[in-house]
Design a protein around this ligand. Structure first.
Ligand code: IPM
Ligand code: MN
Length: 360
């Protein structure tokens, strides 16, 4: 198969981790005789430095014309420490999500036996943990009206949802749940927020169309606690934009490191694949960041392009590195391997068909 992929390195550790995913894609192309063409585009602080805009028009155009987008990370401390900055790197990512109409951000939470000792939870709470967060990505408080009064002492962030916005992601989440453990948990704050009451009403209306899926409802404060107390209870969590942002960072540490968690953003335009971690500026350029979040996002990309065997091989190769303790500094601060070495190991594992070990 021939596929065109827009690659956006972004900021901080973005270029380093994305480079490992490109090695992995090339190894897959080699093994399966596919052709992947890459177009590199700018977004974030990097784009502001080079063009003045966090999302140049060429980037949007390239993404719209591609089969998939691979994205690294976004953000730079010089903007985080300056609340008055008018142009911010994150605006690029939000604008691109909107331009591609990526309304659903899918964040799987998986745990690995080899890393259980790193999790803040005891092993008995981790066995069997396997759930997916469906985070709404193009609505809510992220995209509502924003205002700062003239005297700069009053600020406003409006949160709006329409029932159509809830319906489209809810249907997707129900379909996924139907093919998994058949449980969907809507996380909201419907005891306080009108938008949450809308979410709850819409999900209740849709639920009868998916009779095999059991639905429950949980307030977000309780959900934050349950993810730590009893994560096994979850299968598919459906939630709005900001709750999903917060809960997915929380849930990702169950695996032992935020650096391992992948994500897929899907909608009506080209889908985008990115690790859930941020730009981690302290590690930028040091070859120490964990590339597995990006590599596992690449596996989700292959899945999305209907390359199921290819995706499975990437995941097996990742597991092989973990089992053999080829890990980055976030996982083992003493005996660690560099970012680029992990990328080489995963791709060698794929090209050299170390299938005996890989496919066990
Ligand atoms: C994420 C990030 C982004 C978000 C930021 C960088 C705008 O935290 O993808 O989770 O809040 O959506
Ligand atoms: Mn986030």
């Amino acid at each position: 198969m021939k596929k065109n992929i827009t690659v956006i390195n972004g900021d901080g550790i973005g270029p380093e981790v994305t480079a490992q995913s490109i090695k992995v894609l090339n190894a897959i192309a080699d093994r399966y005789d596919h052709e992947f063409n890459y177009t590199y585009c700018l977004m974030g602080a990097d784009a502001i430095d080079k063009t003045g805009s966090p999302l140049p028009d060429e980037t949007i155009a390239s993404c719209l014309n591609s089969d998939a987008v691979l994205f690294g990370a976004i953000g730079h401390p010089k903007y985080d420490n300056d609340p008055t900055a008018k142009v911010r790197p994150e605006q690029g990512l939000l604008k691109l999500r909107k331009a591609l109409q990526l309304y659903a951000n899918i964040r799987p939470i998986t745990t690995y036996a080899a890393l259980q000792h790193l999790s803040p939870l005891k092993p008995k709470h981790l066995e069997g943990v396997d759930f997916i967060i469906f985070r709404e990505l193009t609505g809510g408080i992220y995209f509502g009206k924003k205002e700062l009064s003239e005297d700069q002492n009053t600020a406003l962030d409006e949160c709006i949802y329409t029932s159509d916005e809830v319906v489209r992601i809810a249907k997707l989440a129900f379909e996924f749940a139907g093919n998994r453990k058949r449980k969907l948990t809507l996380v909201d704050k419907s005891n306080v927020l009108e938008t949450s009451r809308l979410w709850r009403r819409v999900v209740k209306e849709i639920a009868p169309q998916y009779p095999t899926v059991a639905v429950d409802y949980m307030f977000v404060d309780n959900a934050a606690m349950q993810i730590i107390l009893n994560p096994k209870q979850f299968d598919v969590i459906l939630t709005e934009n900001m709750f999903g942002d917060i809960l997915s960072d929380e849930a990702s540490v169950l695996a032992g490191s935020l650096g391992l968690s992948p994500s897929a953003s899907v909608g009506t335009g080209t889908a985008m694949f990115e690790p859930i971690h941020g730009s981690y500026p302290q590690a930028a350029g040091k070859d120490i960041a964990n590339p597995l979040g990006s590599i596992l996002s690449t596996a989700m990309m292959l899945e999305y392009m209907q390359m199921h065997e290819e995706a499975a091989i990437v995941r097996s190769a990742v597991e092989w590195t973990l089992q053999n303790r080829f890990v980055t500094k976030d996982i083992d601060p003493i005996n660690f391997y560099f970012t680029s070495t992990i990328g080489d190991l995963v791709s060698d594992c794929i090209t050299n068909k170390i299938t005996g070990e890989v496919n066990q």
